[in-house]
Ligand binder design. Structure first.
Ligand code: MSP
Length: 526
């Protein structure tokens, strides 16, 4: 079977990461880990978008060369991914010579088949958005709105891509491929954007205006415009045109085995026009068939009190601060449990504190701690399943068995928050089971010894299942939990290997250590 090829957007390196960036990478990492446990080989690509005018400007301001500047910002991203356990297989940095060679080979290919042409143009240009503006972009008062920043009048020659030739194809493709975009309702936004007279796409900037980019191979007085450069990362680092570009020996994956990607994980702001119009049309123009068009997974945004995070509002949330307070896994949990994939969510101190103290410390951690503690106290940490059974045991076993299919269905369809909720049914049921079976009372009555054995066994066994199901979300904490249960997930273990009865007679549990110690806080640093 073909590997599950998953990518994320590559992050702009003009500023350090915030929780929006962290969410996207954690979301993709959760899916990559889920797919591996689901029996798929996975290739996970992420990286950084290092070219463009914004970077050139920020570097000038900082008194650094663009390369020095992007190297500095890139280091913040890399260290955050390391901290948050985002484990990727490929790193896409657009200044990497591997990437530049493919972009140039691809541009030459499009040039050779007549898809690019040069033309003069006079018009208004947004420096902030790096694009020419048309009357469509004017507000009701006839002016260009604040979102465009500084707008200047420019006259220059540029290279254009024959985007408009392929718009009819794209409309047909979108209508006949309802799976192209998740969530499906976003396809309407794309079709609406394709209404009206199609325009071609300017793909260059004269070198005097922008030098921090990849030169066009057929006209070195121009560099490639950022989107054409950035989007290509999904194929350049997957081995596209490796031999033709001179990347034959650099250890890239085999493109024919990897492509198409089953998930380009991106935010809603870069769906139209970049990922849903430019990208499929670029691939189509390069000769990719309809079956070779990648799938787009479009997530929503994390806002703060309903507002967009921005430097000027001073409301940017630093994931490093949150990871230091709530642990990296605590942050991964919050970022995946408190948002429905495809929709927006609001970051709040109260919610992250609640998710940590009530759910992780109080619900999950407490269950583990009391299960392991009681087994240590009453049975010297040795499990004896025995033959005792009753309706309460049967009900807990049923909850554990039923959780798996619900979890698998939700997780594989990107409803991560519902997948977590499905796994959490075991946690809630097991906590209620402790409350109702009262092992501390059973321990006082020698006639209840067999029942106590079965209760301790059921709790430990339920934990094995929880530790596998929540592993994609909280890999470190779940490995710690397994060490306490004394059960290691074997190499190559899959969800389909999970059956009731993973722990055998005489199983030795480890020592209890609080998994998520309760935090005495009411507010965070942010
Ligand atoms: N460099 C481009 C993407 C090129 S992909 C070929 C870019 N970079 S970005 O740094 O601005 O954004 C990177 C990703 O983070 C995007 O998918 C974007 O949607 C996402 N997010 C940025 N802010 C976000 C939130 N506040 N919340 C959730 N995701 C957000 O766009």
């Amino acid at each position: 079977m073909k590997p599950y090829y998953i990518t994320t957007a590559i992050d702009y390196t003009n500023a350090p990461p915030h929780i929006g960036h962290a969410y996207e990478k954690v979301l993709a990492d959760v899916m990559a880990r889920f797919q591996r446990l689901n029996g798929r080989e996975v290739y996970f690509l992420t990286g950084v978008d290092q070219h463009g005018q914004k970077v050139q400007k920020s570097a000038d301001k900082a008194g650094q060369s663009p390369q020095e500047f992007v190297d500095g910002v890139t280091a913040h991203f890399v260290s955050l991914w390391e901290k948050l356990n985002v484990r990727y297989d490929g790193w896409a940095a657009t200044t990497d010579p591997v990437h530049k060679r493919v972009v140039q080979t691809m541009l030459q290919k499009l040039h050779d088949c007549g898809q690019l042409y040069k033309q003069g143009y006079k018009g208004f240009y947004s420096v902030r958005q790096e694009q020419f503006l048309t009357d469509k972009e004017r507000g009701p008062d006839g002016n260009f709105g604040e979102e465009w920043g500084e707008v200047v009048e420019l006259e220059e020659e540029n290279w254009y891509f024959r985007l408009s030739d392929h718009v009819e194809w794209l409309k047909g493709y979108i209508r006949s491929h309802p799976d192209f975009i998740y969530p499906a309702h976003r396809a309407n936004d794309v079709l609406n954007a394709l209404e009206g007279t199609p325009q071609d796409l300017c793909i260059s900037r004269p070198i005097e205006r922008l030098s921090w980019g990849i030169p066009l191979p057929f006209d070195e007085r121009f560099v490639n415009y950022v989107w054409f450069d950035a989007l290509t990362n999904y194929i350049s680092f997957a081995g596209y045109l490796a031999d033709e570009s001179g990347n034959g020996d650099v250890g890239l994956p085999d493109f024919s085995k990897l492509w198409p990607s089953e998930a380009h994980v991106i935010g809603k702001d870069i769906l139209v026009p970049a990922h849903a119009v430019y990208w499929p049309i670029m691939l189509h123009a390069l000769g990719f068939s309809d079956e070779q068009i990648p799938r787009l997974i479009v997530h929503g945004w994390w806002n703060v009190k309903g507002a967009k995070m921005s430097k000027s509002l001073g409301n940017v949330i630093d994931p490093n601060v949150l990871a230091a307070t709530f642990t990296p896994d605590g942050l991964r949990y919050y970022l995946t449990r408190d948002i429905a994939t495809g929709y927006d969510s609001d970051f709040s101190d109260e919610r992250i504190i609640m998710s940590y103290n009530k759910e992780l410390a109080g619900g999950l951690g407490n269950l583990l701690n009391r299960s392991i503690n009681m087994a240590q106290k009453y049975r010297a940490s040795v499990l004896t399943p025995g033959t005792y059974d009753d309706a309460e045991n049967a009900a807990l076993r049923q909850t554990v068995t039923d959780a798996l299919p619900a979890y698998l269905e939700n997780m594989s369809s990107w409803a991560i928050h519902d997948g977590i909720a499905a796994a959490w049914k075991i946690v809630s049921a097991a906590n209620a089971y402790v409350d109702s079976t009262k092992p501390f009372s059973l321990a006082k009555d020698p006639a209840q010894a067999a029942r106590l054995d079965s209760v301790l066994y059921h709790l430990a066994e339920a934990w094995v299942h929880v530790s596998v199901l929540l592993n994609p979300i909280m890999p470190t904490a779940m490995a710690t939990a397994r060490a306490q249960i004394g059960w290691e997930m074997p190499e190559g273990f899959q969800f389909s290997d999970l059956k009731w009865g993973m722990l055998k007679e005489g199983h030795q549990l480890g020592a209890p250590v609080p998994l998520f110690p309760r935090l005495e806080i009411t507010e965070t640093a942010d």
